[in-house]
Design a protein around this ligand. Structure first.
Ligand SMILES: Nc1ncnc2c1ncn2[C@@H]1O[C@H](COP(=O)(O)OP(=O)(O)O)[C@@H](O)[C@H]1O
Ligand SMILES: [Mg+2]
Length: 311
C-alpha cells in the first residue's frame, strides 16, 4: 500500500509584473512511497524540495500531474487527508513571545482538542521532545536545537500517519542532529509513521532513509537505496595512490581518469572503472619510473555523488 503516489507533477511560480518571471520549481516529478517507509529527498538549495512537500501536504496546488496521498487526491479530496498528515520545517517560526506549552496548545486546538485531553496532549509532546525543562522559556530565547524539537513536537499534535519533515536538522550541531535523527527513527518504530524528509546532507539520508530520491532543478535524475543510487549514477571508482615522488599531475591525462587531486602526499583519481584502469595506471607509473608505495580502491561515497550531480 502506498502512502504517496506522484505522477508527472509540475509547478511553476510566476512572480513580478515586468519583467514577468517564471520559475519552474517542479518539472515532471514522479515517485511512490510505501507506507511505513522513511524516504529521503536529497538535493541542493532551490531544487524544489519544499515546493514538493508543500504540495503533498495540501498547502500548495500543483499545476499539472496527479498526486495521491493516503489514497486521496490532494486537490479534490484535500480535506480527507489534512487531519491525517502533518509537516515540520527546519525553518519554522512561531510567535516569539509564546512559550512551548502555549505554542503546542494553539496547534492542538486547531485539531479540536480542548480541556483535559488538550492538557494531556501538550504534556505528552513536551515530554517526547524533552522540552519540559524549558516550559517557561519564550520561543525567541530557545536554542536552535530546542526550536527544531518544538517544531517536530508541533507536527505530532494530530498523531499523523504521514509526516513531512523539511530539513529537520538544518543548522543543528552534529550531536544535536544525531539525537534528532534518533527521534525520527523512533517515530517510525514506535508509531509506524511514514516519513518523507528533505535534506541536503547525504550522510543523513544514507543513515535514515530506506530509499533516496535525488532532486535537482525540479527533476529527479536518480533514486534508490544509497548503494543503488551510487551505482545508478556510475560516477566511477576512486583509486588512491601513495607515490614516490609523491605527486604526478600527468595522471589526469590518462584515458578513463575523470578527475585527479593531490592531498596529504596522496593522489586520488576518480576513474570510470577501477578494474579496467588500475592495471593501465600502474603500468604507466612504472614506465615513468614512479614508485607506487600504496594503492587503495574504493567506491565513491554519497557525498561525491552529490557533488557530481549538484554541478
Ligand atoms: N512562492 C514562490 N514564488 C516564486 N518562486 C518560488 C516560490 N517558492 C519557491 N520558489 C522558487 O522555486 C524553486 C524551488 O524552491 P524550493 O522548493 O524552496 O527549493 P528547496 O526547498 O529545494 O531549496 C526556487 O528556484 C525558488 O526560488
Ligand atoms: Mg527548502
Amino acid at each position: 500500500m502506498l502512502a504517496v503516489e506522484v505522477r508527472d507533477l509540475s509547478k511553476t511560480f510566476r512572480s513580478g509584473w515586468f519583467p514577468r518571471r517564471l520559475t519552474r520549481a517542479l518539472r515532471g516529478v514522479s515517485l511512490a512511497i510505501p507506507r511505513g517507509a522513511i524516504w529521503g529527498l536529497l538535493g541542493p538549495n532551490g531544487a524544489g524540495k519544499t515546493t514538493l512537500l508543500s504540495i503533498l501536504a495540501t498547502l500548495l496546488l500543483p499545476d499539472a500531474g496527479r498526486v495521491t496521498v493516503l489514497g486521496h487526491d490532494v486537490v479534490r479530496e484535500a480535506g480527507a487527508v489534512r487531519s491525517r498528515l502533518n509537516m515540520a520545517s527546519g525553518n519554522s517560526n512561531f510567535i516569539w513571545s509564546l512559550r512551548p506549552p502555549e505554542i503546542l496548545a494553539f496547534y492542538a486546538r486547531l485539531y479540536g482538542l480542548y480541556g483535559r485531553a488538550l492538557a494531556r496532549k501538550v504534556d505528552d509532546l513536551l515530554a517526547l521532545a524533552e522540552l519540559e525543562p524549558h516550559r517557561k522559556v519564550p520561543y525567541h530565547e530557545l536554542s536552535t536545537g530546542l526550536k527544531q524539537r518544538l517544531a517536530l513536537a508541533k507536527s505530532l499534535v494530530n498523531d499523523p500517519e504521514l509526516l513531512f519533515l523539511d530539513e529537520p536538522t538544518l543548522g543543528l550541531d552534529p550531536d544535536v542532529s544525531m539525537r534528532m535523527r534518533a527521534q525520527i527513527k523512533a517515530l517510525r518504530e514506535e508509531r509506524g509513521t511514514t516519513i518523507l524528509l528533505t535534506t541536503h546532507y547525504m550522510r543523513e539520508a544514507e543513515e535514515l532513509c530506506d530509499e533516496i530520491a535525488f532532486i535537482k532543478s525540479g527533476q529527479i535524475p536518480a533514486r534508490g537505496t544509497a548503494d543503488a543510487l551510487k551505482r545508478q549514477i556510475g560516477i566511477g571508482d576512486v583509486i588512491a595512490l601513495r607515490l614516490d615522488p609523491p605527486s604526478c599531475n600527468r595522471l589526469a591525462d590518462l584515458p578513463g581518469v575523470l578527475e585527479c587531486t593531490s592531498q596529504d602526499g596522496r593522489m586520488e583519481c576518480i576513474v570510470d572503472s577501477a578494474d579496467k584502469r588500475l592495471p593501465e595506471i600502474l603500468r604507466w607509473l612504472h614506465e615513468q619510473g614512479v614508485v607506487v608505495r600504496d594503492v587503495d580502491v574504493h567506491e565513491p561515497d554519497l557525498e561525491e555523488v552529490f557533488v557530481e550531480l549538484a554541478k
